[in-house]
Design a protein around this ligand. Structure first.
Ligand code: NAD
Length: 312
């Protein structure tokens, strides 16, 4: 099969490229390298089944050209950081919603019928039902990032129904691990490398999230497309437990062999405006198709920290 992966030089995207290449497919990674890195896909260069296109979804002609002859698009390119939306209030509109529209138009014009999309638990906002199932509503995001993801879901669904396309959409919890580019683990490691005695922790440290490894995420992305065949397929991908931020900080300090690090909490129940203090997704639907995370949330954090310490 011939795949295009937008954001294919990013954290999750490059791991997905590896898995698709491993399965023997032809793969084009389309990436503007704003947060991704060419080195993440460098090991595929020279393989005639792989191509990296340095292109931007905000440039319609380049994505129109890239989607010619493609059978399946995995759309992962976006602003990946919820916090950016506070200072730059157009970033999620542009890099999320408009970029997705540009991609869908390119697909429509070129007759590409299948899309996989990386959505997020942030679409649920502060859900009152925990664990939160895919059917939860009303969905009222509290960040511009979450709003953009929800808008993208709506637009993808409407393209499916208007132009006879098919979609697999995945709402991820916190994905961590090999080639991680951002997020709490990367932040803590960088802070402790700068100062191994003190660390600032955003919020009160009690925010609870579910963490799962990128290889499990990629397995879920691919499995969903093989095991479900509705016009619009929707899955939560997450871990069933959660880990609080202070526990994450403890694991990072242990793995860095640091003792007596003083934690300084910035206070409040959220790490930043738009942060959701408790996220817990139901994964019953993904489990029913045979998917599940390979490690608990805490184990996943430890393994990801070890990997990041080696590779960053
Ligand atoms: P990432 O920043 O590593 O990947 C995003 C990639 O998209 C980068 O390589 C970047 O260069 C590229 N990109 C951004 N804007 C682009 C544009 N206009 N044109 C072309 N390329 C562009 O982040 P990631 O964590 O791998 O995230 C991948 C996707 O998964 C994103 O859509 C993100 O919102 C979603 N997601 C991630 C998590 C997580 O925990 N990492 C959770 C939920 C959803």
């Amino acid at each position: 099969m011939k795949y295009l992966v937008t954001g294919g030089a990013g954290f999750i995207g490059s791991n997905l490229v590896d898995a698709l290449m491993e399965e023997g497919h032809e793969v084009i990674a389309f990436d503007n390298l704003s947060s991704g890195e060419e080195s993440y896909v460098a090991h595929h260069m020279g393989n005639d089944r792989f191509k990296l296109i340095k292109g931007d979804l905000m440039d319609p002609p380049s994505i129109e050209e890239a989607t010619k002859g493609i059978e399946f698009v995995f759309h992962l390119a976006a602003n990946p950081d919820v916090r950016h939306g506070i200072e730059r209030t157009r970033i999620d509109l542009e890099q999320g919603t408009i970029a997705t529209h540009n991609l869908l138009e390119a697909m429509r014009k070129n007759g590409v019928k299948k899309i996989g999309f990386s959505s997020s638990s942030t679409v649920y906002g502060e859900a009152t039902e925990l664990p939160t199932p895919e059917t939860y509503g009303p969905m009222l995001p509290i960040s511009l990032y979450g709003a953009s993801k929800l808008a993208c879901e709506g637009m993808i669904s409407s393209y499916c129904h208007s132009f006879n396309m098919q979609a697999w959409m995945y709402r991820f919890a916190n994905v961590i691990g090999h080639r991680g580019t951002h997020g709490v683990l990367v932040d803590f490691i960088e802070k402790l490398r700068n100062d191994p005695t003190n660390m600032e922790i955003l919020g009160d440290g009690k925010q609870k999230k579910s963490y799962f490894l990128v290889q499990d995420c990629v397995a879920g992305l691919i499995m969903g497309t093989k095991k479900s065949n509705e016009q619009v397929n929707m899955f939560n991908l997450a871990c069933e437990e959660w880990t609080d931020v202070t526990e994450v900080a403890d694991i990072v300090t242990q793995e860095m062999n640091l003792e007596n690090v003083e934690y300084h909490y910035t206070g409040g129940t959220r790490g930043w405006v738009g942060d959701i203090p408790r996220t817990w997704l139901s994964i019953d639907k993904a489990r029913a198709m045979g998917w599940g995370p390979s490690h608990s949330s805490e184990e996943a954090v430890r393994l990801a920290v070890r990997d990041l310490l080696k590779s960053r």
